[in-house]
Design a protein around this ligand. Structure first.
Ligand SMILES: Nc1nc2c(c(=O)[nH]1)N[C@H]1C(S)=C(S)[C@@H](COP(=O)(O)O)O[C@H]1N2
Ligand SMILES: [Mo]
Length: 151
């Protein structure tokens, strides 16, 4: 499964988990950032810097927000400053993830554990606007029932 990556400065690319983790300079046990949780992870910010280098993009410009979307359409938007310790879990016991495949985001410095998005398939790096608060939830979460009740 490929992961869709959008970056305002670079454009759009699809990467496999293997391609992403090979490029990532910092790999660690997830336990080092999220005590008690097993698995292998790579660091988000150093991966993103390496990815930008590969695309010969201005490294001094940092995103304002990262948005991620999951297979089940759960999504989160997270201010860049909350992502200093963020990692992507990609392997458990040397095998691809059962829960959270293809990769799962963990945000140890995040405002909520709800930001630990499982089964991330789209990642967006946004450079414009204000970061605001982190948000999360299901896309198109307004149901027919909500509309009928005119909430
Ligand atoms: N793809 C996806 N990721 C998700 C969710 C979800 O519904 N779908 N729920 C979030 C919420 S609200 C929480 S509290 C945590 C729960 O993580 P856990 O299943 O490891 O306890 O996952 C987050 N990641
Ligand atoms: Mo949650």
């Amino acid at each position: 499964m490929k992961i869709n990556i959008y970056d305002d400065l670079i454009g759009y690319e699809q990467c496999s988990v293997a391609e992403m983790s090979e490029l990532a300079p910092v790999h660690l046990s997830l336990d080092e950032r999220v005590p008690g949780v097993p698995g292998r992870a790579f660091e988000l910010k150093s991966w993103h810097r390496a990815w930008k280098q590969r695309h010969e993009t201005d490294e001094s410009r940092e995103p304002v927000v990262m948005k991620v979307e999951a297979v089940d359409e759960f999504q989160a938007a997270i201010p860049w400053e909350q992502l200093n310790k963020a990692v992507f879990l990609y392997e458990l016991d040397g095998k691809p993830l059962q829960k959270g495949f293809p990769i799962r985001l963990y945000v140890p410095d995040g405002s909520s554990e709800c930001l630990n998005v499982k089964s991330v398939v789209t990642i967006r790096f946004l450079y414009a606007g204000a970061a605001g608060e982190a948000t999360y939830g299901f896309k198109n979460s307004v149901s027919i029932e909500d509309l009928r009740q005119k909430k």
